[in-house]
Ligand binder design. Structure first.
Ligand code: PMP
Length: 376
C-alpha cells in the first residue's frame, strides 16, 4: 500500500471509530419534499429548499430557457467574458429585494465568504466572529490573516467585552454572524450587534443563507451575503452592499475574480425563484408555521425559523435515530461534529412549504415514539 493510501485509511479508521465518517448516499429529489434513496421513496426533512421552488415549473423553465439561449456554462470568469445577462438581471433584482445599491453574484455562498472577508480585512484588522458561525465565514476569517476572536454564540455582552478589549489595537474591525443559524435555527440579535458595531466603529457582515425569503424581518446590516441554493432553489452565492463595496469586490475578492461565472441556467433559475418569493409573499410564512406545529407537538422550544434541531448528543446515537426514522419513511439526516460542537450531534429538521401538515404530524409522531422508547 502506498503511504498516501495508508494515510487515508488510517484517517478513515479513526473517523469510523468515532462514528464521524461521512458517506455519500445517492438521493434523487422529487417535488413535495420527497426523496428517493436506495429505491425507497422518503419524505425528506433534510433539504434547504424552504419554499419548494427547486421543482417549481416556472423556475425549471427559466433554467431551461437560459441554457438554450446562452449555453450550459458561462465560458469564462466574470471579468473576461462570463458576465452574461442573467447574472446582471439577478444582481439588479437581489439589490432591489434587499433595498441596497448593488449586489454581486459569486460561484457559491462558500466562495462568497471566502472572498468577501479577506477583501475587507487583513493582518492589521480584527474579526469578531460568532462561535457557531458557518465554516465558510471561519474560512474567510482565517484566510484574511486578521486577528480572529470568537464571541459566545449570540452573546452581545461577550461581543461588547471583546470589542472593548481588542478594538483599539486594530485598523478596522469586522463582525461576522448569521441571521438564522444553519444548525440551530435560532436568530442573531442583529439590532444589538449593529449597535455595538456602531459604537466600536466596526463593519458587520450577516450571512443570510437561511433567512432570505423565509425569515426576512429585522435589522439590515451594511454587508449581507447569502446563497442562491436554499430558498431560491438554485446554486450560487451573493453579496448585497453599497455600490462602492460591490465595485471593490469585483476587483479584489479573489474567489470572484479567479473563477468561472455561474452557469446561465443557475442565475436564471434564481431570478425566477426570487420573482416568486416577491410576487407570492404568502408562501414565506408556511415553513415557519409548520416548524412551530412540529415544536408544539414535541414540546420543544418554539421554532424561530424553519430549522429545528433535535439534540441527541453523541454521533453514534444521532445516526441510530436517523436510521430508525428512515426505516419509518422519513429522511432526517444526522449532523455530527465538526459541523456542530462535540457532544451536540443532532437531527436537523428543516421544514418546507412543500410539506403537508400530515407529513409534519407523521414525523412528530414517529420521532416522539422513538424518543419515548429510549431510541437512541
Ligand atoms: N452560509 C451558511 C450559513 C450556510 O448554511 C451555507 C450552506 N450550507 C453556506 C453559507 C454556503 O452556501 P453554498 O451552499 O451556496 O456554498
Amino acid at each position: 500500500m502506498s503511504s498516501l493510501d495508508a494515510f487515508a485509511r488510517a484517517h478513515l479508521a479513526r473517523l469510523d471509530e468515532d462514528s464521524l465518517r461521512r458517506r455519500l448516499a445517492p438521493t434523487a429529489r422529487g417535488a413535495c419534499a420527497t426523496a428517493q434513496r436506495a429505491g425507497r421513496e422518503l419524505i425528506s426533512f433534510s433539504c434547504n429548499d424552504y419554499l419548494g421552488l427547486a421543482n417549481d415549473p416556472r423556475v425549471v423553465a427559466a433554467a431551461q430557457e437560459a441554457a438554450g439561449r446562452y449555453g450550459a456554462g458561462a465560458g469564462a470568469s466574470r471579468l473576461v467574458t462570463g458576465s452574461h445577462p442573467p447574472l446582471h438581471a439577478l444582481e439588479e433584482r437581489l439589490a432591489a429585494h434587499k433595498g441596497v445599491e448593488a449586489a454581486l453574484v459569486f460561484g457559491s455562498g462558500y466562495l462568497a465568504n471566502l472572498g468577501i472577508v479577506p477583501a475587507l480585512a487583513g493582518p492589521r484588522d480584527l474579526i469578531l466572529i460568532d462561535a457557531l458561525a458557518h465554516s465558510c465565514l471561519w474560512a474567510g476569517a482565517r484566510v484574511s490573516g486578521a486577528e480572529v476572536v470568537r464571541f459566545r454564540h449570540n452573546d452581545v455582552e461577550d461581543l461588547r467585552r471583546l470589542a472593548d478589549d481588542h478594538r483599539a489595537r486594530h485598523r478596522h474591525a469586522l463582525i461576522l454572524t448569521e441571521r438564522v443559524f444553519s444548525m440551530d435555527g435560532d436568530r442573531a440579535p442583529l439590532d444589538a450587534i449593529l449597535a455595538i458595531a456602531e459604537a466600536y466603529d466596526a463593519w458587520t457582515l450577516v450571512d443570510d443563507a437561511h433567512g432570505l425569503g423565509v425569515v426576512e424581518a429585522g435589522a439590515r446590516a451594511p454587508l449581507e451575503m447569502g446563497t442562491l441554493s436554499k430558498t431560491l432553489g438554485s446554486y450560487g452565492g451573493y453579496l448585497c452592499a453599497s455600490r462602492a463595496v460591490i465595485d471593490l469586490m469585483v476587483s479584489r475578492a479573489r474567489s470572484f475574480v479567479y473563477t468561472t461565472g455561474l452557469p446561465p441556467a443557475s442565475a436564471a433559475a434564481a431570478l425566477a425563484a426570487l420573482a416568486i418569493v416577491e410576487d407570492e409573499p404568502e408562501r414565506a410564512v408556511r415553513p415557519l408555521t409548520l416548524a412551530r406545529r412540529f415544536t408544539a407537538r414535541l414540546g420543544l422550544p418554539e421554532a424561530e425559523s424553519p430549522i429545528v434541531p433535535v439534540l441527541v448528543g453523541e454521533a453514534e446515537a444521532a445516526l441510530a435515530l436517523s436510521a430508525a426514522l428512515e426505516a419509518r419513511g422519513f429522511l432526517v439526516v444526522a449532523i455530527r461534529p465538526p459541523t456542530v460542537p462535540a457532544g451536540t450531534a443532532r437531527l436537523r429538521v428543516a421544514f418546507s412549504a412543500a410539506h403537508g401538515e400530515d407529513q409534519v404530524d407523521g414525523l412528530a409522531e414517529a420521532l416522539g415514539t422513538l424518543l419515548r422508547q429510549g431510541c437512541p
